[in-house]
Write a protein of this length. Structure first.
Lengths: 362, 514
C-alpha cells in the first residue's frame, strides 16, 4: 500500500524532530508569551487572510448599512436603505429588477466594471437587494458577536468558579450544565426565537447567548482544575492574594487560549444557528432582515432569479468560514505543542549554521 | 462497576427530570395556546376555547401540570405510558411512533456515510500531514462546517436533481465536462497517494486515463438508462473488494486471508444467477435479513477452513469482504430495476425527486421498485446531511490520529521492525477508534432529533416536523414528547459512551474512589 510508505526512516525522523525543536526554540528565545502567540498567529496564512476578510466585511457592512447609537441614526454610504422603495428597473428580455453589477472589463467584451444602480438587483417590490444583504449581514454579525460575548462571559465565569472552588460548588454547577446540555441548541433556540424573536434580533441574540455557554464552561472548568494545582497558585495564595485575584490575575491569563479558541468556534456555530432559526421562522422576523430570512424567502426563485439566493448564502459562508479559520489559527498559536512545520530550506541553512555556532561556542 | 452504573443512572434520572421541568415551564410561560381565541367573542369560538382548556388542562398552573404529565410518562415502568394528547386530540405516542421510523430512514444512510468517509479522509490527511492534499481537505472541511444546510439543499436540488433529470432527457456528456471530471479525479488520487513527482505523475496519469475511459464508455453505452452491473462487473468488483480489504487489514502477504476473501468473491459469482431467481420471486425484508445472516456465516466458515493461525483477524477480514460483496449484489439488483422505474407513469424519465419520501403516483407493489423509489428519494437529503456532518469527523479523526502517531508505542512498533501498514492499521488506527467510538455513540443519539431543517427542506415528516409544528402551535405535550425521546437518547448515549470508553481503554478504570 503506497499510502503507508514513509519518506524518512524512524531514526531519521527522530533526529529531525529534535533538530526542529532546536530551530523552534531558537525562534522564540527572549520573547514574551504574547509575542510568541502573536507571531505564531501571524504565521498562519489562512487565519490572517480570514482576519483581513472578516474585518473588511464588518467595515463594509456597518458603514454601508448605517446603524443607530442610542437616539442618533448614523447613515450608511450606500444610497438606499431597506425601506427605500424604488421603481423596478427593466432589463433584457423584459425581466424586472435584475442586478446591474458588472465585473467583466470592456476589453474582454463585457460592459466594463461598474456597480450600476442596483448591483445585486431588486426584490419583488423594488427594495434594493444590496441594502437588504448589507442589513442582513449586519444583523447576523451582531447576533454572532452578542452570542459570543454573552456566552463567553457566562461560560468563563461558571467554568472558572466550578474549576477553582471544585467540590460541592463544582458539582452543583456542572449538574446544571448537564441539564442544559440535554436540550439541543436548536430546540432552545426555536422556543426562545419563536417567543422572543419579535423583540428584535439583539434580544434574540442575548437570550440565545444565555443558553450557548455550556460547552465552553466545561472546557474552562477542566483547564482551571489542572491550573489550580500549579505552584504559582500556591505562591500567590501564600503571598496573601484573594480568591478573586487568583482567579482573574493568575489563572485566567493562563486559560485564555482555551477560552479564545472555543469562543470563536462558538461564534461560527452561532451564525449558523441564527440563520437556521430565521430560516425556520423562529428567529429574526420581518420587517427586520437577516441572511437566513432572505434565503428562506427567495429559495424558490433560484431558477428564475438566482442572484437573490446566491448573495446571502455567500455572505453567511464568508463570515462563518473566516471565523472558523481564525479559530484554527488561534488554536495553533496558543497550543504550545503545535509547532510550525520547518521547511526543508530552513532546516538546511538555519539549523546547520545555528548548531555549528552553538558547538563552536562550547 | 455496577455501583458506578447505578450512580450514573441515578444522576441521569435527575438530569432528565430537571431539564424536562425547565423546558416545560419555559415553553408554558412563553406562549399560550388560548391566544388565538383572545379577541373572538362569538359563542362558537368560546366553546372551542372551553374545549381546548378542558382538553389540555390549561387551568392548572404549569409546574403542577408538569407533574401530571410526568406521572403519565413514568407509566413507562408500569407498561402504561401516556405522553398526553396533542391539540388535534391525538395521542402524542401515536405521532411519535409514526415519526421516529421516518427520521431514522432519513438519517441512517447519511450518518453512516459521514462516519465512514469522514474517518477515512481524516486518517489519510493525518498520514499526509501538511501535504497539499491535507490543506485542500482541511479547507473543504472548514467550508462544510460553514455551510447552512438549507442553502446547500437548494443547490443540490438544482444541480443534482433538476439538471440530472434534464441530462437524462439528452443522455450525453460534453467532452469538455468528461475531461474536467477526469482531471478532478486525477488530482484527487494523486493527492491521496502522494510521493515523489514521478510517482505523482504516474498516479495522476493513470487515474485520468481510467476515469476518462470509464466516463466515455458510460456515455457511449448509454449506461445510465439501464445501469445494472451484470455478473462480470459484480465479480470484478467483488475481487477488487477482496483485494482492498485484505491489503488494508492483513496485507497481501497473508495468503490465508487473501485466499479466503477471494473464495468469497468466487462464491458471489457462483450464486449470482440463483440469487436473481430468488430475488424475482421471494423478495422481502425477511429474505434480505436471512441472506445477510447466511452471507456472514458462510464467510466465517470459509475463513475457518483457510486460516491456521491468527484466526480472528482472517475471519474478520473475510466477513468484511463478504458484506461488501453482498452490498454489490443488492446494488446490482436495485439498479436493474432502474430501466423499468424510469418508464413508470409517475416518474416519466425524471427519476431524482427534489422533495418527499416516496412517489405517491406509483401503483406497483413490486418490492424492488419500491426500494428503488425510496432510495432515489433519499439521495438528496443524504448528500446534504453527509456534506455538513462529515467535516466534523474528518477534523476529529485527523486530530486524534496525529495525537496517536506521536505516542511512544508507535515508535516502539516501528523500532521492532513492523511494516508501516501494521503500524498504521493495527497500532495507530485502533487507538484512534477509542475516542471516535464515544463521539459516534453520542452523535448517533443526536441524529434522531437533529434533522429539523433537512426534513423541512426536503418535505419529510419525521421528528423535526413534529417539533416544528409543536412550537408554532404552542403544542406543549407534543413538544415534550419529542424532547423526552431526544433527551433520553442523548443522556443514555453519554452513559454508554463513558462505559464504552472504560471498556475499550484499559487505562481508564472506574474505581470506588471516584
Amino acid at each position: 500500500m503506497s499510502i503507508f510508505k514513509r519518506k524518512t526512516s524512524a531514526v531519521q525522523s527522530a533526529e529531525i524532530d529534535s533538530a526542529e525543536n532546536a530551530i523552534a526554540n531558537k525562534e522564540v528565545q527572549g520573547l514574551t508569551q504574547r509575542q510568541i502567540v502573536t507571531r505564531r498567529f501571524l504565521n498562519h496564512r489562512a487565519a490572517v487572510t480570514s482576519l483581513i476578510i472578516l474585518t473588511t466585511l464588518i467595515l463594509i457592512v456597518f458603514a454601508g448599512s448605517g446603524f443607530n447609537i442610542g437616539p442618533w441614526k448614523i447613515p450608511g454610504w450606500w444610497k438606499y436603505n431597506i425601506d427605500t422603495l424604488g421603481d423596478l428597473n427593466t432589463c433584457s428580455e423584459g425581466r424586472l429588477g435584475c442586478p446591474t453589477l458588472s465585473v467583466v472589463p470592456k476589453w474582454l467584451g463585457g460592459n466594463g466594471m461598474s456597480l450600476g444602480d442596483h448591483p445585486l438587483g431588486q426584490d419583488d417590490i423594488g427594495h434594493d437587494y444590496l441594502a437588504l444583504v448589507l442589513r442582513g449581514a449586519q444583523r447576523s454579525l451582531m447576533v454572532t458577536f452578542i452570542i459570543g460575548i454573552v456566552a463567553g462571559v457566562i461560560g468563563t465565569v461558571v467554568g472558572a468558579v466550578a474549576g477553582f472552588f471544585a467540590g460541592r460548588i463544582d458539582n452543583v454547577l456542572m449538574r446544571f450544565v448537564d441539564f442544559l446540555i440535554t436540550i439541543p441548541s436548536i430546540i432552545i433556540g426555536s422556543v426562545i426565537g419563536y417567543h422572543f424573536g419579535n423583540l428584535g434580533a439583539l434580544f434574540l441574540a442575548f437570550y440565545l447567548g444565555l443558553f450557548a455557554w455550556t460547552g465552553l464552561s466545561r472546557l474552562v472548568r477542566g483547564e482551571f482544575l489542572s491550573l489550580r494545582e500549579r505552584e504559582f497558585v500556591d505562591a500567590a495564595r501564600v503571598a496573601g492574594a484573594s480568591n478573586r485575584r487568583i482567579i482573574f490575575k493568575h489563572i485566567l491569563p493562563n486559560a485564555v487560549g482555551v477560552i479564545v479558541v472555543s469562543v470563536t468556534l462558538l461564534m461560527s456555530g452561532a451564525i449558523l444557528l441564527e440563520t437556521a432559526l430565521s430560516y425556520l421562522g423562529f428567529g429574526v422576523t420581518p420587517p427586520d432582515v437577516s441572511l437566513g430570512l432572505l434565503i428562506s424567502t427567495y429559495q424558490d426563485s433560484f431558477t428564475t432569479r438566482p442572484y437573490l439566493f446566491w448573495w446571502p448564502g455567500v455572505a453567511i459562508i464568508t463570515i462563518a468560514l473566516s471565523i472558523n479559520f481564525i479559530g484554527d489559527g488561534l488554536r495553533d498559536a496558543f497550543d504550545p505543542r503545535q509547532r510550525r512545520k520547518v521547511t526543508l530550506k530552513e532546516r538546511r541553512t538555519k539549523l546547520v549554521r545555528g548548531l555549528s555556532r552553538k558547538s563552536a561556542d562550547v | 462497576m455496577l455501583a458506578f452504573i447505578g450512580r450514573r443512572l441515578g444522576t441521569l434520572f435527575v438530569i432528565l427530570f430537571g431539564s424536562s421541568f425547565i423546558l416545560y415551564n419555559l415553553t408554558a410561560i412563553s406562549g399560550d395556546p388560548r391566544e388565538q381565541y383572545a379577541f373572538s367573542t362569538d359563542e362558537e369560538s368560546r366553546s372551542a376555547l372551553r374545549a381546548l382548556i378542558r382538553q389540555l388542562d390549561l387551568e392548572t398552573p404549569p409546574p403542577i401540570r408538569y407533574f401530571k404529565w410526568l406521572k403519565g410518562v413514568l407509566g413507562v415502568f408500569m407498561g402504561r405510558v401516556d405522553f398526553g394528547i396533542t391539540r388535534d386530540n391525538e395521542a402524542v405516542l401515536t405521532r411519535l411512533a409514526a415519526a421516529i421510523p421516518t427520521t431514522l430512514k432519513l438519517v441512517t444512510a447519511a450518518t453512516l456515510t459521514a462516519i465512514l468517509l469522514g474517518i477515512a479522509l481524516g486518517i489519510v490527511t493525518a498520514l499526509r500531514q501538511y501535504s497539499r492534499f491535507d490543506y485542500v481537505i482541511t479547507f473543504f472541511s472548514f467550508l462544510m462546517f460553514s455551510l447552512p444546510i438549507f442553502w446547500v439543499a437548494v443547490l443540490l436540488k438544482q444541480f443534482l436533481a433538476i439538471e440530472f433529470n434534464d441530462f437524462l432527457a439528452v443522455g450525453y456528456i460534453d467532452i469538455k465536462w468528461r475531461l474536467f471530471m477526469a482531471a478532478l479525479t486525477a488530482v484527487f488520487w494523486a493527492g491521496v497517494v502522494g510521493g515523489s513527482r514521478a510517482r505523482l505523475a504516474k498516479v495522476a496519469g493513470t487515474a485520468f486515463v481510467l476515469s476518462f475511459a470509464i466516463l466515455s464508455a458510460i456515455v457511449s453505452l448509454k449506461w445510465f438508462y439501464d445501469p445494472s452491473l451484470g455478473p462480470v462487473v459484480v465479480f470484478l468488483l467483488s475481487i477488487g473488494i477482496a483485494f482492498a480489504v485484505t491489503a488494508i487489514s492483513m496485507g497481501l502477504d497473508n495468503r490465508p486471508a487473501l485466499k479466503s476473501s477471494l473464495t468469497i468473491a468466487v462464491i458471489t459469482l457462483a450464486l449470482y444467477y440463483p440469487l436473481q431467481y430468488i430475488f424475482d420471486r421471494y423478495s422481502s425484508w425477511l429474505l434480505i435479513l436471512l441472506l445477510a445472516i447466511l452471507t456472514i456465516s458462510t464467510a466465517a466458515l470459509v475463513s475457518v477452513l483457510f486460516a491456521k493461525i491468527d484466526r480472528g483477524s482472517v475471519i474478520r477480514t473475510t466477513i468484511i469482504t463478504s458484506i461488501g460483496c453482498g452490498f454489490v449484489v443488492i446494488l446490482d439488483r436495485l439498479l436493474s430495476t432502474w430501466k423499468e422505474y424510469l418508464l413508470l407513469d409517475g416518474v416519466n424519465g425524471r427519476p431524482i425527486p427534489t422533495v418527499g419520501q416516496l412517489n405517491p403516483l406509483l401503483t406497483t407493489d413490486d418490492f424492488w421498485i419500491l426500494r428503488l423509489d425510496s432510495t432515489v428519494h433519499l439521495i438528496l437529503p443524504t448528500i446534504a446531511l453527509t456534506l455538513i456532518s462529515f467535516a466534523g469527523y474528518i477534523r476529529f479523526s485527523r486530530g486524534t490520529m496525529l495525537e496517536v502517531l506521536t505516542q511512544d508505542y508507535i515508535r516502539t512498533a516501528r523500532a521492532k521492525g513492523l511494516n508501516e501498514r501494521t503500524v498504521v492499521v493495527r497500532h495507530a488506527f485502533r487507538n484512534t477508534l477509542i475516542p471516535l467510538t464515544t463521539i459516534i455513540v453520542v452523535d448517533l443519539a443526536g441524529v434522531i432529533g437533529g434533522a429539523i431543517i433537512t426534513e423541512r427542506v426536503f418535505g419529510w415528516s419525521g421528528m423535526g416536523t413534529l417539533f416544528n409544528k409543536a412550537i408554532s402551535t404552542y403544542d406543549l405535550n407534543l413538544l415534550m414528547g419529542v424532547f423526552a425521546v431526544t433527551a433520553t437518547l442523548s443522556v443514555v448515549a453519554n452513559l454508554v459512551a463513558d462505559l464504552l470508553y472504560a471498556a475499550l481503554d484499559p487505562r481508564i478504570r472506574t474505581g470506588n474512589g471516584r
